[in-house]
Design a protein around this ligand. Sequence first.
Ligand SMILES: Cc1ncc(COP(=O)(O)O)c(C=O)c1O
Length: 458
Amino acid sequence: MAGKGGEKLAIDGGPKAFAGRTGVGQPKVGVEDFLAIAERFQFSPPALERLRAAVSDADLPAGGPHLGRYYGSASPSKGEQFEGLAREVFQVKHAFPCSSGTGALHAAFVAAGVGPGTEVICPALGFAATAMAVVLAGGVPVFCDVDESLHLDPAKLEGCVTPRTVAIAPTHHWGGVTDMAPVLALARRRGLKVVEDCAQAPGATYRGRPVGSIGDLGCFSISCYKIIGGGEGGMVVSNDAGLFERACQLAEGGGLWRNPRFAPPRHPGELFVGTNYRLSELESAINVVQLRKLEGVVSRHRQVSRRICGQLADFAEVTPQKLNDREGVIGYMLRFFPATCELSACIVKALQAEGIGAGTRGSAHDPDWHMARDMFPIVLKPGSTAGGSVWDDPRYRQRGGQVSYAPEQWPVAVDLFGREVSIGFDQWWNDDDCDRVAAGINKVLSAYCTKRAAKGNW
Ligand SMILES: Cc1ncc(COP(=O)(O)O)c(C=O)c1O
């Protein structure tokens, strides 16, 4: 049929009115963007010039790369590669890359049923991000004291459980591991979920199982501040399909990327409001490479730590940190507790003079958000909006909730945090480096403490 003007319509086989653009476009993400990333890698200006000369927008696909997880030519996407690798490395059925460890924790706590009127037990030593994620989910963190492993003390856990408790969040920190067997036993007995915070210990194992795969959900921070990762990133993992679906629901825009995308709930409770913690393709690309390096990083750290610790003597005034799994810890830090803060200070000064990087805090140390007492955004109980806080939420009050953050409840954490001496180990130390560090530690401890004949329990 012809239009009123007599022209044949395209739908009837006539010529198209708009058969495509003749204007010349520029890629959305082009060579300049690529060079901006290279610049962030701190290539020298001459190297950047060589890169610029070697690549041009004409080398890119039409329109340039999309850099989206769900659109674009790369198949599988970097996000999918990252989560596939994480499933293998952390031995879990499900993994979702998040933009940060805090985002992963928020998603995990929502998945675990944390919300207004509920409580989550966190260790008094760890990092504030865990407790903050509990609050983001609407719950109230309750801190449990630690033991000489500097991790959750299982013997004190039961005393922290209330009718409001829905989850326990053991933090495996500074390359160590929580004693998970009693934590899990208590959780199962009391019907609580276990959310492992593995931000500081990816690659550590407990009784042969990777941390993160032991509880109901595991969370990682894979960022420039941790042993693997560049930039910012995280991961939530689980072996439980239902919990994982809930975590993704929160972390991925409220189920935005299901198939079919915009379908109504396929089963009760499937859809609820979420946010977007999806990891970018650029970060995923870096973290695929980083995660492949994890095994090497962990085994080098273990080799260094075993070689050094194997040479350390026993001293009457020094207690080594208790290890909940000697084979499973990563060992990137040596920690021990001299009998007094004064002794710790002398030992640290002498170690530093020997060229060994050591630190201690002392009893009157600066605030530090690794210790519950100093986690001000939690312990001062502030609200983030005029609407109040989780602590004065009527749903919490009505259930009898009235948590106290008095540090007297965590005497071991307060004491050990001030007294501990920590020495950072370098994965790249060779045998000779390790032997000289071990000799230096023995030399200093022998000068300030009483050496005993027995082999040290390091
Ligand atoms: C134990 C622990 N949990 C969670 C986080 C938060 O991770 P992110 O910085 O990736 O949000 C950190 C970061 O330092 C951490 O140490």
